[in-house]
Design a protein around this ligand. Sequence first.
Ligand SMILES: [Zn+2]
Length: 80
Amino acid sequence: MATQRTKKDYCWTCGSDQQHRQLTRKEEDWLKERLGRSGVGEFWLCVNVLDPDTGKQCRNLRTGFNKKPFAEPIKAPVLD
Ligand SMILES: [Zn+2]
């Protein structure tokens, strides 16, 4: 299994630096559909835990260069 890459970067919906990870294949497929794009490799997902009781994560998307690539935040759904 490949090690998933992570990096710490600013999440504007959390308002602080948070750990982000690259998208899974399923999340990439979802985002391609959502944006109508063929490539989404530059996106990172915020894994900050918002609710410790449920483990719910922020899941806000940003790119490596742009902390706010969309006018409204896009948060990836939890995909099975
Ligand atoms: Zn966040």
